[in-house]
Design a protein around this ligand. Structure first.
Ligand code: HSE
Length: 352
């Protein structure tokens, strides 16, 4: 299958590198070779070894009938959303790592994909390399998902660990995270919890079918966390983690929130350190399961993008017809019932 890669930044370059380096294994996994025909980026790559593949006008790829799939790894909502819409309308499958697009426009793009008989996959938009969206889809075939708790931002988890182990400042730790390619282009999105809020809304949409606007959910980041807070938590075996929650209440309402929590020593999230993410999924009749892996970085995230590409190539004639997200802010509730708060304090921890 011939594909176009959109955006040659941290993740896009990781996808191209992996597609070339692991071509044999990917062809075996996908059932046929995956060839990058175009790399679309407005910057100048005329000195790059792959210079012949670079284009600056997305229309070249969008109007090329040989291109069956577009891998979108641009940062920000525009023009990524516009290009994705065009690609889907032109009958091309799209895979993405762009959580801003999925959280803002996932419902519409899934609908267009369904109407055009193609697929829109976004595994890399939440949980980095962890195949959590596939897992959620599998879990839903068995039973109902009632709760998701997780660490969904690699940068802030890395920062909190560096503050704990080295006692360095948040600014110094952020600089390291930027050098390692974990942080967003605008790292305020990591620190403020906005990146985590988008990701929990994506996971909740997959689990509960309702897409809630991430900007209305209660969201606190790690701005106010000090080395002293972290040391205080450590004294009792606890750890400070930026934690995302999605809880489906018995009345059908959905609670979503992001805040730093002091995680209890008995909760498996307590030992999730560095750039790692972890997601606890509570499934009716099955109990709780934890999924763990690198949450940021070029090659781990590229791995999730390529898993989506292989899925599409292997199941070429499928469409996204079984995935329906309804945009519905009315299902959202900011407050949890007292008994759930008390139970959460024992099982997970308390907000700080
Ligand atoms: N800045 C994000 C993080 C990148 O640190 O988790 C992966 O989404």
């Amino acid at each position: 299958m011939k594909i176009a890669v959109l955006g040659f930044g941290n993740i896009g370059s990781g996808v191209v590198e992996t597609l070339i380096k692991n071509a044999g294994a990917i062809a075996a996994g996908a059932g046929e070779p995956v060839e990058v025909k175009y790399i679309c980026d407005i910057r100048d790559f005329s000195a790059h070894p792959l210079k012949d593949k670079f284009i600056t006008d997305f229309n070249t790829a969008a109007n090329d009938p040989e291109i069956e799939l577009v891998a979108e790894m641009i940062v920000g909502l525009h023009p990524a959303y516009d290009f994705t819409k065009k690609a889907l309308e032109n009958g091309k499958h799209v895979v993405t790592s762009n959580k801003e697009v999925v959280a803002a426009k996932g419902d519409e793009l899934l609908r267009i994909a369904r109407e055009r008989g193609v697929r829109y996959l976004y595994e890399a938009s939440a949980g980095g390399t962890i195949p959590i969206l596939r897992t959620i889809a599998d879990a839903l075939r068995v039973s109902e998902i009632t709760e998701i708790n997780g660490i969904l931002n690699g940068t802030t988890n890395y920062i909190l660990e560096r503050m704990k182990i080295e006692g360095i400042s948040m600014a110094e730790a952020l600089k390291e995270a930027q050098e390692k390619g974990y942080a967003e282009a605008v790292p305020d999105n990591d620190i403020s919890g906005a990146d985590t809020a988008r990701k929990i809304c994506i996971l909740a949409s997959a689990a509960f079918g309702s897409l809630v606007d991430w900007s209305i959910i209660p969201c606190r980041g790690i701005e106010g966390i000090t080395v002293e807070d972290i040391e205080e938590a450590s004294k009792t075996g606890r750890a400070v983690k930026l934690t995302a929650r999605a809880v489906k209440l018995e009345n059908g309402k959905i609670h979503l929130s992001v805040e730093p929590m002091s995680i209890t020593p008995d909760c498996p999230l307590v030992s999730v350190n560095g750039v790692y993410n972890a997601i606890l999924l509570k499934v009716k009749d099955c109990g709780e399961m934890m999924f763990y892996g690198k949450g940021a970085g070029s090659l781990p995230t590229a791995g999730a993008v390529i898993a989506d590409i292989c899925d599409i190539v292997r199941h070429k004639n499928c469409s996204s017809d079984d995935i329906i997200w309804r945009r519905d802010d009315s299902v959202f509730v900011a407050d949890l019932p007292r008994e759930i708060i008390e139970e959460t304090e024992k099982r997970l921890g308390f907000p700080i």
